[in-house]
Design a protein around this ligand. Sequence first.
Ligand SMILES: [Zn+2]
Length: 61
Amino acid sequence: MINLRACRQCHFISDQAKCPRCGGETSKEWQGYLVVVDPLRSMIAQKMGIKAGGRYALRVK
Ligand SMILES: [Zn+2]
């Protein structure tokens, strides 16, 4: 993974300085990798308030 960043607000992972999903600031310091395929069936996704599939970080510093 090269220079992947995670959004501080929605935890969405991208390679951009601003989150393409919510426009929030992204951070290079994050931990845990979560791939959400079906947010409605994922307990973790529901806990984190994820409503769309994609790649997310579990923790963002
Ligand atoms: Zn975001």
